[in-house]
Structures are given as structure tokens and as C-alpha cells.
Ligand binder design. Structure first.
Ligand SMILES: C[S@@+](CC[C@H](N)C(=O)[O-])C[C@H]1O[C@@H](n2cnc3c(N)ncnc32)[C@H](O)[C@@H]1O
Length: 272
């Protein structure tokens, strides 16, 4: 399976954010890409992949060819590849894909907009998409198109595993955080605001690196949209994907009103 065989054309961004307010946040993961791995140094990616494997085991799924959609710098895809899966990564941000090649030169990854999939149909047994990447798709039509792209990319019987921040997590300001009272050389202050009518969480991020030279700083704004679980299930169904389970993250419990993150499992029905 080579990247050239699988990616039929590069996704394109279409109209700019100014022209099209439904595409807010597409310029995220620009400067943040350069510090992403440093920021995520304590994220337990290995445990997350353990959990994905437990879900697969529970549902008797044995994927081999895997698409890590919204792969970022490849932490999930690389962990899966080390465990014997054939993985291809795809992400909208060129700079995140650059980070992916730095982390794992052996992991093939391409720049692609998930909402305009350019993948050869029927190429994968599993699409995995983790770390609230789908919340970054702030236009519901874009999320619908993403599920349709996943459907096309999967072989019959293939599965989709993805996580999402819940509406609750975004409403309560999960992203308002800072590390200014730590010894980390890279300091950050993030402030989130919630727009209930658009279900949009806007996160203004400020970074300062202190060192022997002048401190250097940058800012970036990220947006995540909150989706109701039933809304997501309806989109999956419309795309031809059968929702098999929704779990409170890292467990096999049903989500409740305090759940911050959910995992979805869906499949492309072999009989459809
Ligand atoms: C929070 S990061 C997660 C990255 C990676 N999955 C991880 O676990 O570290 C979200 C990623 O989603 C990507 N992303 C956002 N919108 C996208 C889109 N429309 N198509 C492809 N990737 C997208 C971003 O560029 C970013 O790399």
C-alpha cells in the first residue's frame, strides 16, 4: 500500500475563512505545529491505542490497513504502525504533516482535508481519528462529508473509531488553562469562550518561550464545535455507517451528563 496509490489528489481548502464563516479555524495548527509534540509530551497516546485495540477485540474486528485521519504529528498512527498495522496518515495542516515526518519518517502521511476526501475507495479496514479532531470540523455539512469520505475509503465490514469532546466539555471551558506557574520553558495561556447558538468553543492561545535570547511569542485561535451524540449517529447513518457503540472514553460505560469525551465505533455494513 503506497501513498501514491491511495491518495488520488490533494484536498483543497476552497474559499477562505473570511469568505466562508462555516470554515472557521482552518488556519489552526500553524505555529502550534512546531510546538505540538512538546505540548503533548505527557499525553498517554500508548494507552489510547491500547483502548482502541480493546474496542476492536470486544467487537471481533481485525483491521490491517488503517487510515489515521487528522493524524497531526502522527503519534497515533506511528503507535499503530509499531504494533503491526499498515498505516497511512492524512491531515489538513502541512506543518503538522511535517511534524509527522520528523517523528516517524517510516509513516506515510499526506496533506488532505477530511471534508474533501481524495482517497481511493475501498482501501482501508479501519479509519481512526482521535484527540477531538472531528470537533475541529465546525461545519456540520463538513462533518457529514467527512463521514461520507470515511465510508468510501473503507472496505465492506471496515470500522471507524473516533473520539469527540462532548458539548458539556466545551461548555464548561475545558480549554481555559495555563502553565505559567510551572518551570516549563514554553509557557501558555489559553482562554476559551463558548457561543451556545453556534455551539462553538473559541480558544485564544498565547505562547511565550523564555530563554537566553529575547522571549519569543505567538498567538493562535482554535475553534471546536460541540455535537450531540444523536446528531453524530444520524450523520453516520446518513453516510451509510452503522453506529455500533458510543462509550465514555477509556471505558465501556455509556456516556452520562458529566462525560467529557466519548468514543464512537461504527462500521461499513458488508451487506449494504
Ligand atoms: C488536536 S489535533 C490531533 C492530532 C492527532 N490526531 C493527535 O492525536 O495528536 C487535531 C488535528 O486535526 C487536524 N484537522 C482539523 N481539521 C481537519 C480537516 N478538515 N481535515 C484534516 N485534518 C484536520 C488538525 O490539523 C490537527 O492536526
Amino acid at each position: 500500500m503506497s501513498l501514491r496509490d491511495l491518495i488520488l489528489g490533494l484536498g483543497h481548502r476552497g474559499r477562505s475563512i473570511e469568505e466562508d464563516p462555516t470554515r472557521v479555524g482552518e488556519d489552526a495548527f500553524s505555529d502550534v505545529a512546531d510546538v505540538y509534540d512538546e505540548l503533548m509530551a505527557t499525553v498517554p497516546y500508548e494507552n489510547w491505542v491500547d483502548y482502541v485495540q480493546r474496542i476492536l477485540q470486544r467487537w471481533y474486528a481485525h483491521p490491517k490497513d488503517v487510515l489515521d485521519l487528522c493524524c497531526g504529528t502522527g503519534a497515533i498512527g506511528w503507535e499503530l504502525q509499531k504494533r503491526g498495522y499498515n498505516v497511512i496518515g492524512a491531515d489538513l495542516s502541512e506543518r503538522m504533516v511535517g511534524g509527522c515526518y520528523r517523528r516517524a519518517p517510516a509513516l506515510a502521511a499526506a496533506v488532505m482535508d477530511a471534508t474533501r476526501s481524495a482517497l481511493r475507495p475501498g482501501s482501508f479496514d479501519m479509519v481512526v481519528c482521535l484527540y477531538d479532531s472531528l470537533n475541529y470540523i465546525t461545519d456540520p455539512d463538513g462533518l457529514q462529508a467527512t463521514f461520507e469520505g470515511m465510508y468510501e475509503a473503507l472496505r465492506p465490514g471496515g470500522v471507524v473509531v473516533f473520539d469527540m469532546n462532548t458539548l458539556r466539555a466545551l461548555r464548561v471551558g475545558l480549554f481555559t488553562q495555563s502553565n505559567t506557574n510551572t518551570a516549563e520553558p514554553l509557557k501558555y495561556i489559553w482562554r476559551s469562550t463558548w457561543d451556545e447558538s453556534r455551539r462553538l468553543c473559541k480558544v485564544d492561545m498565547q505562547f511565550v518561550r523564555s530563554g537566553p535570547d529575547e522571549p519569543n511569542s505567538f498567538t493562535e485561535t482554535h475553534y471546536e464545535r460541540g455535537y450531540e451524540t444523536e446528531e453524530v449517529r444520524a450523520m453516520l447513518k446518513k453516510a451509510g455507517l452503522r453506529s455500533l457503540a458510543v462509550y465514555e472514553a477509556y471505558s465501556f460505560r455509556e456516556p452520562n451528563r458529566l462525560t467529557d469525551r466519548v468514543y464512537h465505533l461504527a462500521c461499513k455494513d458488508p451487506m449494504r
